[in-house]
Write a protein that binds this ligand. Structure first.
Ligand SMILES: [Zn+2]
Ligand SMILES: [Zn+2]
Length: 162
C-alpha cells in the first residue's frame, strides 16, 4: 500500500492508519516467510515532525544452520521513525511511503543469516552425519578419548626413559 504524505501535510491533525496483508517471501535461502502477513502502519504529524510507525506480525520458516531441522518461529516487529519535512522528502522520494517495501526492508534488517533451532543445538555429527540432538554416537569420543590421551602421554614418557 502507498500512503501519500500530501494528505497529511494538508491536514496536520490527520492520523493515517492502515492495516494490510502482504505476501510471504524468501528472506534468505534458509529463512522464508511462508504465508501472507499483517502490516499496520500509522503516519501522523507531531511538533513539526512526521512520525512513521509500523507494526508487523509474521512467521518465519527456518532451517537450523547446525542440525538442518526445519521449524517455524512467530515474529513481531515494531518500527518507529520521525522525520523533518526535509528528511521526509529525502527518505521517501515520491512523496509517499510504500508500506510493504518498508516492512520487507525492516524484516530483512532484523533477520540474521544463521539461525539455530535452539542455542543448545548439538548439530550434526561431522563423521556419521547423525543429528546429535536425537542420537548419541561415539564417533568423536572414539577420536578423542581422554583415557587414550593419557595413555599416549604415559607411553611417550616411557619412551624418554629408555
Ligand atoms: Zn538445530
Ligand atoms: Zn557420529
Amino acid at each position: 500500500m502507498k500512503i501519500d504524505f500530501a494528505l497529511l501535510l494538508k491536514n496536520k491533525s490527520l492520523k493515517i492508519q492502515r492495516t494490510e496483508c502482504a505476501d510471504g517471501f524468501e528472506i534468505y535461502e534458509d529463512v522464508i516467510i511462508p504465508r501472507p502477513f499483517e502490516i499496520t502502519t500509522c503516519v501522523y504529524f507531531e511538533h513539526d515532525m512526521v512520525y512513521v510507525e509500523l507494526k508487523v506480525h509474521y512467521d518465519t520458516k527456518i532451517i537450523c544452520s547446525r542440525c538442518l531441522v526445519e521449524f517455524e518461529r512467530p515474529q513481531r516487529l515494531f518500527f518507529k521513525e520521525k522525520y523533518t519535512l526535509a528528511q521526509l522528502n529525502e527518505t521517501y522520494a515520491q512523496g509517499q511511503i510504500d508500506t510493504v517495501e518498508l516492512a520487507r526492508d525492516q524484516i530483512i534488517l532484523r533477520t540474521s543469516i544463521k539461525n539455530v533451532c535452539k542455542e543448545s543445538c548439538q548439530g550434526l555429527c561431522p563423521i556419521c552425519g547423525q543429528d546429535k540432538n536425537q542420537h548419541h554416537c561415539d564417533c568423536e569420543k572414539e577420536k578423542k578419548n581422554p583415557y587414550f590421551e593419557k595413555l599416549e602421554i604415559l607411553l611417550s614418557d616411557t619412551d624418554k626413559e629408555v
